[in-house]
Design a binder for this molecule. Structure first.
Ligand code: KG4
Ligand code: ZN
Length: 339
């Protein structure tokens, strides 16, 4: 079975084909980073227009790459939400229309379920149940995953998402957009112990996160610093360390609370090397294992949507759930527990 995946929820047009025998056989990604750079963040209207320009050419490209024609495709999966409404509508419109024209099923995928399942594209796959840490530009979630579609949120951010904290902090420090990779790079030259930032909400029980205070703390450090290369690197180091430590503490708690031995880490921030190292060590110390997507599937991509579409298609074939009616519908807000 071959599934075409379409991701357009934010600033990346991601298209891929998942083959149930061979895995991902083609994937293409167009990042709008250059387009939004001068604004210091994603401009929704520009994002939608660019998805319109890129979606069809990229679909043609992956079909060619996979040596396929439309006749080889069994279903189309597209991101239905959550995300920017105009951007989502491009993928929903294109996906639904192509599926109608090709007379195959269309599957609306939850973007965060796509991230959550991305590690299942690797050779070493996690088995259910597990704890999922989903850390992206829009979400920070700890989820108890019993099975496909059986999700219980253990904790989430009450304000900024982890990726958003990286992006806002980078903006304050004049590092441009997106902030995560820029801060991680700068932090490589930072020194430990120069600055100390808080680990928000770790001094009380619970699994909620709060990252908005950190950017204010960084702004204060930045204003007072001499803004030299070394000072910026030291601040980036302290910020990254604070975010990573905070996430580490909450992951440890969630593993203790659920008793799970497997942790799946996904979403853009899961590309962070320092976070990966710490969480890998944590799970090793507990005789468990941490699972990640390969680096290029940490941030938004079409492969995870194609795979999630496949998992949902398979569930329908197994008698669990059914295809939704053919309607052009997007959900900018969509709690994962509703699945
Ligand atoms: O999953 P994603 O591509 O888009 C959303 O669904 O939001 O995540 C993008 C986020 C951005 O906030 C970006 O700064 C962050 O992931 N990010 C990172 C790194 N690479 C991307 N954050 C920390 N370290 C990184 N290496
Ligand atoms: Zn994402």
């Amino acid at each position: 079975m071959k599934i075409l995946g379409i991701e357009t929820s934010c600033d990346e047009t991601g298209i891929a084909i998942y083959d149930s025998e061979e895995g991902i056989i083609a994937d293409a990604l167009y990042s709008q980073v250059e387009l939004h750079k001068e604004y210091g963040g994603v401009v929704p209207e520009l994002a939608s227009r660019d998805h319109v320009r890129k979606a069809i050419p990229l679909i043609k490209q992956v079909l060619k790459e996979a040596n396929c024609t439309q006749k080889d495709i069994d279903a189309i999966a597209y991101t239905k939400g959550p995300g920017l409404i105009g951007a989502l509508f491009v993928g929903v419109g294109v996906g639904r229309s192509l599926a109608y024209a090709w007379d195959i099923p269309a599957i609306g995928v939850h973007h965060m379920e796509g991230h959550l399942l991305a590690p299942l594209l690797e050779d070493e796959k996690p088995e259910y149940p597990f704890v999922a840490l989903l850390v992206s530009g829009g979400h920070t979630l700890l989820v108890d995953v019993q099975d496909l579609g059986e999700y219980k949120i253990l904790g989430e951010s009450i304000d900024d998402a982890a990726g958003e904290a990286f992006d806002k902090t980078a903006k304050i420090m004049g590092l441009g957009y997106p902030g995560g990779p820029a801060i991680a790079k700068l932090a490589l030259n930072g020194r430990a112990g120069i600055y100390k930032l808080p680990r928000p909400m770790t001094d009380r029980p619970g699994l909620e996160f709060s990252f908005s205070g950190l950017k204010t703390a960084v702004a204060n450090l930045y204003m007072k610093s001499d803004k030299s290369e070394q000072a910026l690197a030291d601040i980036a180091y302290a910020f990254q360390e604070a975010v990573v430590d905070t996430i580490f503490i909450k992951c440890r708690r969630s593993l203790e609370q659920t008793g799970h031995k497997r942790l799946v880490v996904a979403g853009g921030v899961s590309a962070n090397v320092s976070l990966r190292e710490k969480l890998t060590d944590l799970l090793e110390s507990k005789d468990g294992k941490a699972y990640y997507p390969r680096l290029k599937f940490c941030t938004d991509n079409g492969a995870m949507i194609a795979y999630a579409g496949f998992a949902r298609y398979q569930a329908v074939l197994d008698g669990k759930g059914e295809f939704e009616e053919a309607a052009i519908r997007a959900k900018p807000r969509w709690p994962i527990e509703e699945l």
